[in-house]
Design a protein around this ligand. Structure first.
Ligand SMILES: [Ca+2]
Ligand SMILES: [Ca+2]
Length: 211
C-alpha cells in the first residue's frame, strides 16, 4: 500500500511539473562554464566567504578596461516568450562598484559553443550593497531573434579595476521543464531526477523487504 502510494506520488510528480529549478553551490569544486575578458575564477573554501555549504566561487577582475564576465549557467531548448529566472548570492564588503558584481545575460548562436555571441540580454543594474552577502536576481524573456539565438548564458559581471574580488554562491535557475539548464557541474535534468526518485523508491522497497 505504501509502495502504491509512492508510485502514484511519483507519477503525479512527473506529470505536474511545468517548471524546473536547478541550484548550484560550487560544492563539487567546479568554477564556471566559461569566461569573457580578463577574469580569474577559483573554487574556494575555508577562509573565504561562503554563503552556504563549504565552497564558493571567487572571481578576480584583472581587466584594465571593459567588464569581464563569468558564465555560470546556460539555458537551451527555450521557446520565444519563455521566462528564465536566475539568482545568485554575491559577496563584497565595500560600498560602491569596486569591487562589485551584477547579474546579467547574453544570447549564444551556436549550441555547442558558449563563446558564440548573439547579443546582450540585459540584466539587473544593481550592485551589491557592500555589506557582505546579498542576492542578485533577474528575469528574462527569451527572444530567439527568428531562430538565430539558441541559448541564454547567465553571467556574473565584475567591476571595476584590476584585483577587485567578489565571491559568488548559491545559484538558482528556473525555466520551463522543456528547457535544458546547465550549470558548472552536470545538472540533473528533470527526467533524470524522476528516475533517480523512482530508483530511490525501489531501494526503499528493497530495504523494507530485507527488513
Ligand atoms: Ca556553496
Ligand atoms: Ca562593492
Amino acid at each position: 500500500m505504501i509502495r502504491s502510494a509512492l508510485i502514484i506520488g511519483a507519477l503525479f510528480f512527473s506529470a505536474s511539473v511545468s517548471a524546473q529549478t536547478v541550484t548550484y553551490g560550487w560544492e563539487d569544486g567546479a568554477t564556471t562554464l566559461g569566461n569573457y575578458g580578463d577574469i580569474e575564477a577559483y573554487n574556494v573554501g575555508e577562509g573565504s566567504p561562503v554563503h552556504s555549504g563549504d565552497r564558493s566561487l571567487k572571481l578576480v577582475d584583472q581587466a584594465e578596461s571593459g567588464t569581464p564576465q563569468a558564465f555560470v549557467a546556460l539555458i537551451t531548448d527555450l521557446n520565444d516568450g519563455d521566462t528564465v529566472d536566475a539568482s545568485f548570492w554575491r559577496y563584497d564588503d565595500t560600498a560602491g562598484a569596486a569591487p562589485s558584481a551584477r547579474i546579467w545575460a547574453h544570447y549564444i548562436t551556436d549550441i555547442d559553443d558558449i563563446d558564440s555571441y548573439g547579443g546582450s540580454a540585459s540584466g539587473n543594474y544593481a550592485y551589491g550593497d557592500g555589506l557582505g552577502w546579498d542576492e542578485a536576481m533577474h528575469s528574462w524573456t527569451f527572444d530567439s531573434d527568428g531562430g538565430e539565438r539558441v541559448g541564454l548564458v547567465i553571467e556574473v559581471r565584475t567591476y571595476s579595476k584590476p584585483g577587485d574580488t567578489v565571491w559568488i554562491d548559491d545559484l538558482t535557475v528556473t525555466a520551463g521543464d522543456h528547457a535544458t539548464i546547465i550549470t558548472p557541474a552536470a545538472a540533473v535534468p528533470v527526467p533524470a531526477a524522476v528516475w533517480l526518485f523512482a530508483s530511490s523508491l525501489l531501494g526503499f522497497v528493497g530495504f523494507g523487504r530485507r527488513k
